[in-house]
Design a protein around this ligand. Structure first.
Ligand code: ATP
Ligand code: MG
Length: 225
């Protein structure tokens, strides 16, 4: 089976004044279709850095990212954006919803950019929002939603273009315990049902325990955990 996403010897360092901070020192990971992997590491260890490289939002210093078997590290920015729009869903640590748009519009926008008809985008958006418990919040703007509701809209948006891979940066960090469990169950169902590979950063051991397996970041590499 071709991996949904593969990271090969990925390194990344940041320069801070005279210092070089080596955040990723040779990360290797294979995410199969329909597999949900928990990414666990302390604050500052490099989870967001790793997710942004895996999500083609940033480039590694060395190593490569393979999406559906294709190496994408050396593609130009336009090709990477196309890949990102076509195959990847990203749930950010901070949700970045568009304030002028309703919950449903926020979910629909990326799909219509990707070329889906408005009608199709709308029905898929409604279905996703309902699945995440927001059936009666679709016409609310972000300012009229709670933090947890906003985060769930962001999750629906990440799933809207039927991605092959979802990268999630503490997607349930703003949710209460029961809602976090329910949303994680939905993510697992979606992944297993639609064959979506997911990498989910979380600080919560209970949520990590629900996922198919866990990797821990230690000194810039991933170990099974
Ligand atoms: N653009 C940047 N320039 C310099 N240093 C950075 C940059 N982005 C992140 N860092 C540093 O790299 C390290 C890893 O950051 P990262 O955001 O990946 O951690 P994290 O595991 O996501 O943490 P958290 O759990 O707090 O979100 C941190 O020490 C951070 O200060
Ligand atoms: Mg982070």
């Amino acid at each position: 089976m071709t991996a949904a996403l593969e990271l090969k010897d990925v390194t990344k360092a940041y320069r801070q004044g005279d210092n070089r901070l080596e955040v990723l020192r040779g990360v290797n990971l294979v995410i199969q279709p329909g597999e949900v992997i928990a990414l666990v590491a302390p604050s500052g260890a490099g989870k967001t850095t790793l997710l942004q490289i895996a999500g083609l939002l940033d480039r590694p210093d060395s190593g490569d990212v393979l999406l559906g078997g294709d190496a994408v590290g050396k593609l130009d920015d336009a090709s990477r954006s196309r890949k990102r729009r076509g195959s990847l869903g990203f749930i950010f640590q901070f949700h970045h919803l568009l304030p002028e748009f309703t919950a449903l519009e926020n979910v629909i926008v990326p799909q219509t950019i990707a070329g889906l008809s408005k009608g199709e985008a709308k029905s898929r958006g409604q279905e996703l929002l309902a699945m995440l418990g927001l059936a009666d919040r679709m016409s609310h703007k972000p300012s009229a939603l709670s933090g947890g509701e906003q985060q769930r809209v962001a999750i629906a948006r990440a799933l809207a273009n039927a991605p092959k891979v979802v990268l999630a940066d503490e997607p349930t960090g703003n949710l209460d315990h029961a809602t976090a469990i329910a949303v994680t169950e939905r993510l697992l169902q979606l992944s297993h049902g639609a064959g979506v590979g997911m990498l989910v950063a979380t600080h919560n051991p209970e949520l990590a325990g629900m996922m198919d397996r866990t990797v821990r970041m230690e000194d810039g590499i991933l170990v099974n955990g």
